[in-house]
Design a protein around this ligand. Structure first.
Ligand code: PGA
Length: 254
């Protein structure tokens, strides 16, 4: 894996947005896998700024989001569908029919996941997948123990994820206990992966993912088996890796 260490959050966002825009300029029909959470907010802000400043045309982009709570109404203030509208889709010209988010209102979750997977295949696969990482090493909502061979599926959230995310709900008991997520195999099929992590709270997960064994107990550790992954880390997230804070192309430790 390539590791890019920068000082601050803004630089993580700048670096990630620059990589995506470079790929988009070469291939305007880019298929992007997108993530929610606090980490990518500045990445979306930067993409929107560049879109407006440079009058870019994103109409060729197709997107697939990593995950969504289940059950949740699309219109719920904490749904990932709402998050994506507020932080990105309301500000750029990606046509609605090219935006794909697992439906937290689906009655049949198995059918919904199959439809979503078929959509990715029909689009020719994800060119660049943006990922965050949980403190427990989850990617998407693939919690520790998720089989590496998993496709998109319904998951029961772990206590630590419920605790981490329930603070965003006006009434924490409203936080859904389940989610729909791209599977690990789905994520691994992406042609390129950019994982963004900031803050010391992520440092141990980053250390284990990079330097520990490849194990289903640490979902992000599978990324070592992917041929094109870049981790973009601020000083805090990189703090347990050793070495200084500078742009560094470290290699896979597999
Ligand atoms: P965060 O979430 O960006 O809000 O830290 C990342 C994740 O849990 O994958």
């Amino acid at each position: 894996m390539k590791v890019v260490k920068v000082e601050k959050y803004e630089e993580v966002c700048e670096h990630a947005s620059e990589m995506v825009l470079t790929a988009w300029k070469q291939h305007p029909q880019l298929v992007l896998g997108l993530a929610t959470g606090s980490t990518p907010i500045g990445f979306y802000r930067r993409l929107v700024e560049r879109y407006l400043q440079e009058r870019l045309d994103f109409s060729g982009i197709t997107t697939f989001n990593l995950d969504e709570y289940y059950p949740i109404k699309r219109s719920h203030p904490q749904s990932f569908a709402r998050f994506m509208k507020e932080h990105f889709f309301d500000h750029v010209n990606i046509p609605a029919e090219q935006i794909h988010i697992l439906n937290g209102e689906a009655l049949d979750t198995g059918e919904e996941c199959s439809r979503f997977e078929a959509g990715i295949d029909a689009a020719g696969g994800v060119d660049i997948q943006i990922l965050g990482i949980g403190r427990n090493g989850h990617i998407g909502f693939n919690e520790p123990g998720t089989p590496f061979g998993s496709r998109s599926h319904l998951v029961a959230l772990t206590a630590s994820t419920i605790q981490a995310n329930s603070r965003f709900f006006a009434d924490p008991s409203e936080m859904p206990r389940h989610a729909l997520t791209m599977g690990i195999q789905t994520i691994m099929k992406s042609k390129k992966i950019l994982l963004l992590a900031v803050g010391e709270g992520k440092a141990e997960a980053i250390r284990l993912a990079l330097q520990g064994p490849v194990t289903e107990a640490m979902p992000a550790s599978i990324l070592k088996r992917h041929p094109d992954v870049t981790l973009i880390l601020d000083r805090g997230a990189a703090s347990l890796l050793g070495g200084g804070v500078q742009d560094a192309a470290a290699r896979d430790s597999q």
